[in-house]
Structure formats: structure tokens, C-alpha cells
Design a protein around this ligand. Sequence first.
Ligand SMILES: [Zn+2]
Length: 545
Amino acid sequence: MKLRFSAALVWGSLSVASYAQPANTVLVNGQILSANDKDSRYQALAIRGSRIVSMGSSLQMKSLIGPKTQVVDLKGRTVIPGLIDSHMHAIRAALSYSTEVHWLGVTSIDAALEKLKQAATQVPPGEWLIVAGGWTEEQFKEGRRPTQAEIQQAAPNNPVYVQWMYDWALLNRAGYQALGIQSEADLPGGGKFALDGAGQPTGAIVGGIVPLFDKLPKPNFAQKVAGTQKFFKELNRVGVTGVMDPGGFNMSPTEYAPLFKVWRNKELTVRVNFSYFSQKKDKEFEEFKELTQLLPMGFGDDMLRFNGIGERVAFSMYNNDKATPADQEKLYQIARWAAENGLTLTQHWHEDSSVGTLLDVFDRVHREFPIDKLRWSIAHLNNGTQATFQRMKNLGVAWAMQDAMYLEGDRVLHRHGEKAAEHMPPINTALKVGVKIGAGTDAHRVADYNPFIALRWMLDGKTASGKTLRSTNEIPSRLQALKLYTSGSAWLAHDEKNRGVLEVGKLADLAVLSQDYMRVPLDKMADTHSVLTMVGGTIVHSELQ
Ligand SMILES: [Zn+2]
């Protein structure tokens, strides 16, 4: 008894009463990074129900171990708070995850073709094999995209579709046949056949990629449900326990049904905060007003919660570099209503040179209905300046920052030069200003969902081809980078009281890593994954015996 009381005094926040019950799970012998304000580190922690009830040394946890307590020996492994991606099109990515072939993280064309070959053995002849983005040639050691002959050889009996960004798609012969494309006139959306140096078609298509993609068969409801479960498990594998989802093109309300089914079945393994992306041009305001009658701000539970509107609010102000007062007025009307009704709003914007037109609207709204407590955010803004971040901070507007330059950086370098690229994105400038930042990826059509690629990018500023883009002035420390992916994103999700740090009383959302995050060489960082992921004290991924 004596020992128990003295331990309780040391830990302060732990009540004596909580000793009476043993913990459900105790993790011992680890390096636990709380990622809190004090950067506290611990050897062990105990979980009861969904929350952390004690942290300290392995010895200190002993009194919480009962006959039914699950004890996990971490063997020195690093534990971090579960990662939260502040901007991932996860709901959409999940819909097709069980029916697409993925080249994320694949490092050569041979390996990519092998994935196609493998996939062809899993489906009957004639069924589509679809690679729908999430890769770029810079990740391949060959430094180029695959050819039609290569994909033809990999899967001669299946139609194959390989998309690169939203700009280019390659089909094999069966693919062209299945879509009934015989000449350029058959291409939707003004697409063109790509030509080689000799003026011969390469088998690829440029332009009109979205309407082309829309011609491909879509997964059925059961496949979408399976994809949702599978994709979220894959996120757990890389240490992700939360996402903020900004909707996307074609993400009408019906596309949310598979997610809701998984949630109703209590099978969600990632906490999802979702916002609604307007789908009806010139009817955006009506759309939002109707939808939110039954979906008020914050509606949901700890696993799934409605987080307002965006990243498209008004069509007229979706990264519009030539915004007119009339364009601004459309956004103003909706944003004013959102502020009046306490809705969070997130806005897609790329260019600092035009972001003032957006912030002018926010300023105007703020004078009528203050927005500084509503946790609005701007996503992307890779070339944001100190003055922009200061304006955002004054309005309480956060920055959802991603690793877009990891895949796009080489092209930006080519187009705008080294000087422009060395600040993209200006992480330390924004940290100095003190604007709230949540890290993420923007996966998965234009980026990889793997947070360890994004973290490595934050820490080394090297693009997929290995070129150093960002200067050391804009490189944060490892702990700072981690915190942007944990407490930073948790703040954007209105949930920093519950998650984002490992502390007594917080939800037990955590990842036990395969490598020491603080010490692993940066060129190995992207190989990191989770060997044990917990969401609210429940194991959602485990590679431990
Ligand atoms: Zn966006």
C-alpha cells in the first residue's frame, strides 16, 4: 500500500481510486514519445477502456497489471501518438481500394509491372486492372513512365488503365477495345493521343482524364465497403489513426454510404472527420443549407464526425488566381452563413499571389461573425509567405500542409527555379509566425498516403527523384514534424483534448514503430511502419506475436 501511495504522489494526475482496477493493456520497456508541450518521454504506459490511465517507468506499471491485463513488451521500440492526416481524400480512396492496383512506394518499373502481373492472376481475363494515380516516374529508378508494350506484356488478357496525376493515362490494346476507342474522336473531354518524337502514338492519352476515368467500370457497393475496411487497415499499418477528409470531385452524398455502413457496424479503425465538398455549381449555397439541416456541425461520435464545409465551398473560389469581386461575393455569402452557424470551413488554395482575395473574404466575414474560434483552414498553399501566415493567424485560420512537392517538386524546380522551390512549403516560417499547422498528404490520386514519406519529406526536403529542394531554413526538427502530424492535426479536428499527444486521460491512439523515429537515418525513414497500432485502446493492427 505504501508504495502505491508514494507512486500516486509522484504521478500527481492519477487518482488513488484508479488503482483499484488493473489496466486492460500495459506497454512496457519502450521509448514512448508523448509529443506533448514538454516533449515528455516514458518507458511504459497503461490503458483502461479507451484511455491512457498511467505513464511512467516499467516498474511503476506493475501495480496496474492484473491477471487479465495484456502486457506488451516493447523491447525498446518507439511509440508515438497515432498519426492524423489533416487532408486526405481517404473516403474516396477507400471506395476503389479493393479493386485497384497500387504503385505507391514502388521503386522500379519492373516492380510496378510485377504488381500488374500479380493482379492479373487474381481476376478473370477481361476484367479491368486499374492504376489510378498516386505514383510518378521520379519514384522509379528508370526515371520514366512505363510504355504500352510493357503493360501489354504484363497483362495481355486484361484491359489495363494506368493514370498519372490528372494529366496522362496509358491503356493497353484490350483497354482501348473495352472502351471502344478507335480514333482520337472517340476520346472524351477533348483528350488527345500522346505522340512520340517520330509523331507516332505512344498508347497514352493526354487531357480529358477525368471523363476518361469515368468510363471505367466502378466498384459495386460490397466492393466499396471492402475497400473502405481494407484501406483503413492499410492506414493503420503505417501508424495512421485519424484522417480529416475534404471530400472531392464526384463525392456526392451517395458515395458516403459505404463509410457509414462500416461505421454503423463499428468496424471503423481510423477516426474520420469529414467535410462536404460542394458538388452543384451555382447551387452550392442551397446544397450546403439543405444538407446541414440533418447534419449539423460536429454531428457524429468519436470515430466519425462532420467537420463542416470544403475544400470546395464556392466553385468560383477554388484556387482562382483571377478572382473577381463577383467570385468573392459568392464565397462570402456561404462563408458568412457558415460563420453564423458555427461551421468549420476548409478551403483549397495553391498560390500565395492570389490568396489575398480569399483572405479578404474571410476578413469581411470575421467583422460580422467572428471566425477565430471556428478552426477554419487553408489547404496546400505551398508558397505561402510570412505576411499571409500572419493574416491567417490573426483570423485563427490554420494551414493544412502536405508533401505535394515530394512528387511535384522536380517540375516546380524546372518551371520556377531553385530560389522559388527552396521555401516550398515554408514550414519554419509558418511555425515562427505561430499559425496552427496540421500535416498530411492529399492522398491518394496525386500523392502517397504513407505518413513516413511525408515526414521524411518534411525533414530532408528531397523530391522522389532525390533532388534537394527545400533549404535547411525551412526544415523543422523531428519532434516538430511529428507534432504537426499529431497535435497539429488534432487541433484542426477540434479534438486536441482527446488525442494528438500521449498523456494520462487521453485516448489510447498510438503506434509502436518498426524503427526509432528519432534516430533512423532519413533515407530509411520511409521504410518505417507500425508493428502495433491502437485506436481507443483497441488493437487495429499487430505484427507482434
Ligand atoms: Zn485541395
